[in-house]
Write a protein that binds this ligand. Structure first.
Ligand code: R5P
Length: 336
């Protein structure tokens, strides 16, 4: 999708000019949660990954050292806050603090997957809004900007008093399924909360929308599916969600869709968190043909499965960083 830029910088001359003059004042670091993604982003930008070290002392205190000069530079720290969530958040906060004290010019926290995003409202007595707390911590640490992807709820942007660029991988997922040309496809929102985004997916795929009505069962990870709103009888269905964590929501939704007459089952989600053997449980569903996510959170070898396709988000993030650094529109990336 962002080939324009890759082709331009592929020619050596432009690459040299580009890295020496255009991005000379920029540095992109991998804090450690997703080194592979950080490397792919830097590959897109044709710059080396910045040098830094992160370690834990025997008393479990985290120590960070940025190993190159960042004074007055435009620095980007890549760190999805997936598992181990608390360690990854703490590492990011400490890294931002180090950069601030090293007089970095501007500090951008690139958080492709925003952990605690689901704890975004006080929906029962005496519970926290941890998504907001983490936003406050990032700002207090010294972040000047956040780049993230498909937040659990768009309103989370408002938890920050600094600019937030929320990118979306929906066009990547849609392009992937458009190429598959699945006849008679129906798109299903796995719950009411995701129905607006699922409607966007359905529109782009020129498919009708169905909604699986789901109700959470207390504060545990188990969910209960109530009903399927819409007709899926005799048709293949693409179940869409923002993230797949334990797989409970997806497995229930796919069961309900199957019971309502769906034939082949597909799944697409922006983030593949996959806690506790989720991929194996989901992929054991016979009628599931394919599950597609992106690599905004790291997906280890043990979590991989032949039915799982992982799309790369590096071009999207690299292009956004390029545009932010150069003061260009990020919104234009999504007007297609
Ligand atoms: C919930 O509101 C979200 O949209 C996802 O459905 C949820 O985060 C998925 O979690 P799990 O896979 O654990 O059911």
């Amino acid at each position: 999708m962002f080939d324009r830029f890759r082709i331009q910088v592929a020619s050596g001359q432009i690459a040299n000019l580009y890295s020496n003059y255009v991005l000379g004042n920029m540095a992109v670091f991998s804090v450690g949660a997703h080194a592979e993604l950080a490397a792919a982003i830097c590959d897109y930008l044709h710059i080396p990954v910045g040098q830094m070290e992160v370690k834990k002392f025997r008393n479990e205190n985290t120590f960070v050292r940025i190993l190159e000069n960042v004074r007055s530079r435009d620095v980007y720290f890549i760190q999805p806050t997936a598992a181990p969530v608390n360690d990854n958040i703490m590492e990011l906060l400490i890294t931002i603090d180090a950069a601030k004290r090293a007089s970095a010019g501007r500090i951008t926290a690139v958080i492709p997957y925003y952990g605690y995003g689901r704890t975004d409202k006080k929906d029962q007595p005496r519970v926290p809004i941890t998504g907001r707390l983490v936003a406050d911590l990032l700002t207090t640490a010294g972040a000047n900007r956040v780049v993230t992807v498909d937040l659990h709820a768009g309103q989370i942007q408002g938890f920050f008093n600094i600019p937030v660029d929320e990118l979306t991988v929906v066009p990547l997922l849609v392009d992937y399924f458009l190429k598959k040309k699945i006849p008679d496809l129906v798109v299903a929102a796995t719950d009411i909360g995701i129905s607006k985004k699922a409607r966007d997916v359905a529109q782009r795929l020129n498919a009708p929308l169905t909604i699986v009505e789901k109700r959470r069962n207390g504060n545990n990870d188990m969910t209960e599916v109530l009903s399927v709103i819409g007709d899926v009888q005799g048709r293949p269905v693409l179940a869409f969600d923002d993230e797949i964590d334990t797989g409970g929501s997806l497995i229930s939704a796919l069961g309900a869709l199957k019971a309502a007459g769906a034939t082949q089952l597909y799944s697409a989600a922006s983030h593949g968190v996959f806690s506790d053997g989720a991929t194996d449980r989901i992929c054991a569903i016979d009628d599931l043909v394919e599950m597609v996510v992106t690599d905004t959170a790291p997906i280890s070898e043990e979590k991989r499965n032949p039915k799982l396709t992982v799309l790369q988000s590096c071009d999207l993030l690299g292009e956004a960083i390029y545009r932010i650094h150069n003061g260009q529109s990020v919104g234009e990336m999504f007007t297609y």
